[in-house]
Design a protein around this ligand. Sequence first.
Ligand code: FAD
Ligand code: NAD
Length: 399
Amino acid sequence: GNPKRIVILGAGYGGLAAALRLQKKLRRGEAEVTLVNKHDYHTLTTHLHKSAAGTDHPDNARVDLKEMLNSRRTRLLKAEVQRLEPTERKVVTDRGVLRYDYLIAGLGSEPEMFGIPGLKEHALTIRSTNSVRLIRQHIRYMLAKYKTQPKRLDYLTFVVGGAGFTGTEFAGELADKMPELCRLFDVDPSLVRICSIEAGAAPLPPGMPRELVRYGMEKLTAKGVSFKLTTSIRECTPEGVRLSDGEFIPAGTVIWAAGVRGNRLLEEAGFETARGRVAVDPCLRSRQHREVFIVGDSALVLGPSGTPYPPTAQIAVQQGRYAADSLLAQLHGRRLPPFRYDHRGTVATLGRAEAIGVVGGRAVTGLLAYVLKLLADAGYLFTIGGLPLVLRKTVFRRS
Ligand code: FAD
Ligand code: NAD
């Protein structure tokens, strides 16, 4: 029969993994695959806290999609998805309408703002190459501005909202970068404040072993990060943030890192969602539209304990591969057992040569944890671009 039309939305961790798998395994003439992405590059989102703080060049956090895709097997469409119409089996983009027989949606997440006033307008978020370039420049602008208005200590105050992995990793990088920036801008480092505001009783996600949380807090405090726990941000204004205990922190920079929700396009398309994440069947298909697979941050998949898996790159990659395999199985009249997540471990960095994590069921800290993280990152680069990409993003990286 006619080749099936497969459309993949998003070339993030999930979408790219699916595309690469299909590219490798589809038989010739069996299907036409179109990968749609807003940009012509894949974003290494897990590195963005470094690009934002300025400890790494933003270009090191992206990879040209053309390098990884075989243009004869996968059509790359650089376009912004505007609307999904699952009943009609079509997707509307700013570059035209796409019709599909199978859809793999990996559109990722967006910052969750919980309707807190002023955040959208006045806070910055770590989510894309563009958003982190803005943060990087804004930090420098604040230091430069302070030099012209030395009474404005708020220009030297950096508030990080939320101390999950993102907020914590970013705070660590920023603290590492600050001495260099202070030298560059002639600013007294003792006047700089990096405040991590966390609603929960401790930083880092609830599952983190307590000794690791303590270790992480000690390391960050030593670098100059101050923590305010069991306190939430209630409002953000151009002048700073209002906290749940009534305090107002005057700050020229507010980085919002207090959680994510699924891409809005899915709920707008009528999929059943919770916090924007689509509840899928055990095979990652929409319960309403079985030809639609949802992978990554916009999928809500329950783990064995009945709680949803967290939105992580590690899970997104495995889901992307699974969706591709499952789709192939369907094309070949087979069925695949349900998706199973294989957890390799979690490591969060705390700046240069410092990290904490749980790998192989064991708590790891310090340089060892940091090296394990580097190896995991290199492993990912190897799977998408082989040794040349690993070398380019490690040994020959842009400084
Ligand atoms: P994404 O990787 O976000 O990809 C979504 C893609 O869709 C993007 O390419 C985007 O451009 C595209 N897109 C979105 N909307 C549209 C549209 N309308 N039209 C066209 N294209 C669109 N996870 C880990 O497992 N380990 C870590 O160490 C880790 N570190 C992190 C550090 C930071 C600073 C952050 C912010 C996150 C980190 N995460 C980590 C989480 C991880 O990045 C996400 O879970 C992962 O990116 C989700 O993959 P995804 O494929 O669902 O979405
Ligand atoms: P998160 O949801 O894990 O953490 C957000 C934090 O913000 C929570 O601790 C929450 O209590 C706090 N918070 C919420 N509202 C607040 C408010 N009004 N004021 C102050 N604090 C508030 O979000 P994240 O850190 O962005 O992580 C998102 C996902 O990405 C997670 O699944 C995480 O595992 C993953 N991630 C992983 C890594 C890693 O493995 N190294 C790094 C970054 C992100």
